[in-house]
Design a protein around this ligand. Structure first.
Ligand SMILES: *Cc1c(COP(=O)(O)O)cnc(C)c1O
Ligand code: SF4
Length: 371
């Protein structure tokens, strides 16, 4: 969807409270802060399918302007790499469109659904896997779209959890979010709601006492906060403070990290990230292998390297600090865990053969009566 610069700005400014902070939305203003590299300069924002540029000044200030390879910069400053041909990549590799049961509701797994609350984000991550939808300026789900989705969930009792995703759900105002929660919980008081948001990383000031108070009135089922921190530098005092507000209110926090080349594909970085998350009461939940989404090839880490990182992390991290390394398989295959094989097979005596994390061999026989 083509939109002129004015409507883009209007949408960005529309966001709750963000009008009192600066948001960088053009290459020209970005150049006041950073000396752009050749690849960054070559990005052409007029190409229709491109993800918009938006960086809150809070996040921009975390970037080291002297370092063209800054891990935060890589995530938010557009580069021509997004616009190079990407063989084998797709617009919608997870087949979300064909799994949509209403305009904004995706039902791919039996017990959980994902609701696209809005396509708007305060900050557009260049690795975003939902680029077919994100930043297309369609705006928040309408009352009708919300009602349809709520009715679907009411009619499908096997659905126990809903993901409020997008886009970033916390770009909605508190009152709009309240209406949305009420639409679902009035029909399904038992529905677990996951608030999937990058706001604690991108614009932590959005998480106010007012938001938490609003959420607390819905006490018939739990909320879970699903964050996305990709690098330890994102865990500022403001960011962890924002998450603390949820956790203090009884809303557990889980983090989903995207494995990104040149950002966090180093064991020491991931180790530090996971330990800092855990220390701040955020459970490392998933570490995602990059999806085959057009325009993100330069971020994808070869699977062999990912497996080696997972193996080393498993040795270094506690069980609580260890995320599940997972891949969302193309053509809507769904998520599966990725790990080196520890279970090798069976030996001649029909006992299971295992490899330990140190590479030694152990056997484990089933009970004799049940072989
Ligand atoms: C990832 C995802 C979920 C949630 O999966 P979990 O493994 O439970 O975190 C639900 N619906 C869709 C469409 C998803 O992509
Ligand atoms: S916040 Fe989420 S939806 Fe928005 S651009 Fe980043 S990854 Fe995509």
């Amino acid at each position: 969807m083509a939109l002129d610069e004015n409507s883009r700005l209007r949408y960005t400014m529309h966001m709750h409270k963000i009008h009192d902070t600066a948001v960088i939305t053009s290459k020209e203003t970005l150049q006041d802060h950073l000396v752009l590299t050749e690849e960054e300069l070559a990005f052409d924002p007029s190409i229709n399918s491109s993800l918009p540029l938006s960086i809150p000044s809070y996040f921009l200030n975390l970037i080291d302007p002297q370092n063209p390879d800054d891990p935060l910069r890589k995530q938010v400053v557009p580069s021509v790499n997004e616009q190079l041909p990407d063989l084998g990549a797709m617009k919608d590799p997870l087949a979300e469109v064909s799994h949509s049961v209403t305009e904004r509701l995706i039902h791919r797994y039996p017990a959980r659904v994902a609701f696209l609350t809005t396509d708007i984000c305060p900050m557009y991550c260049r690795h975003c896997f939902r680029r077919r939808f994100t930043g297309t300026f369609q705006g928040p789900a309408s009352e009708k779209q919300t009602e349809e989705a709520a009715q679907y969930v009411a009619d499908h009792r096997q659905v126990t959890e809903i993901l409020f995703t997008g886009g970033d759900v916390l770009t909605l105002s508190d009152s709009r979010l309240e209406q949305m929660i009420r639409a679902f919980r009035s029909k399904r008081p038992d529905l677990i709601i996951r608030i999937c948001t990058r706001m604690p990383a991108s614009y932590p000031m959005r998480i106010t006492d007012g938001l938490i108070t609003m959420l607390k009135q819905f006490d018939t089922a739990p909320f879970y906060l699903m964050t996305q921190f990709n690098h330890p530098k994102e865990l500022t005092e403001q960011a962890t403070g924002a998450v603390n507000r949820f956790v203090d209110a009884g809303i557990p926090a889980m983090n989903q990290t995207v494995l990104l080349s040149g950002v966090n594909d180093e064991v020491s970085v991931l180790e530090d990230l996971c330990n800092k998350l855990l220390f701040n009461r955020i459970k490392p939940y998933y570490l995602f292998q990059g999806d085959l989404v057009e325009g993100t090839a330069h971020f994808r880490v070869p699977l062999e390297k990912g497996l080696a990182l997972e193996e080393e992390l498993r040795k270094r991290l506690s069980g609580l600090a260890m995320p599940v390394y997972a891949i969302d398989l193309p053509n809507g295959g769904g998520k599966v865990p990725l790990s080196r094989a520890y279970l090798i097979g069976k030996n001649a005596e029909n006992a299971w053969l295992f490899k330990t994390t140190e590479g030694e061999i152990r056997t484990y026989p089933d009970p004799l009566t049940q072989r």
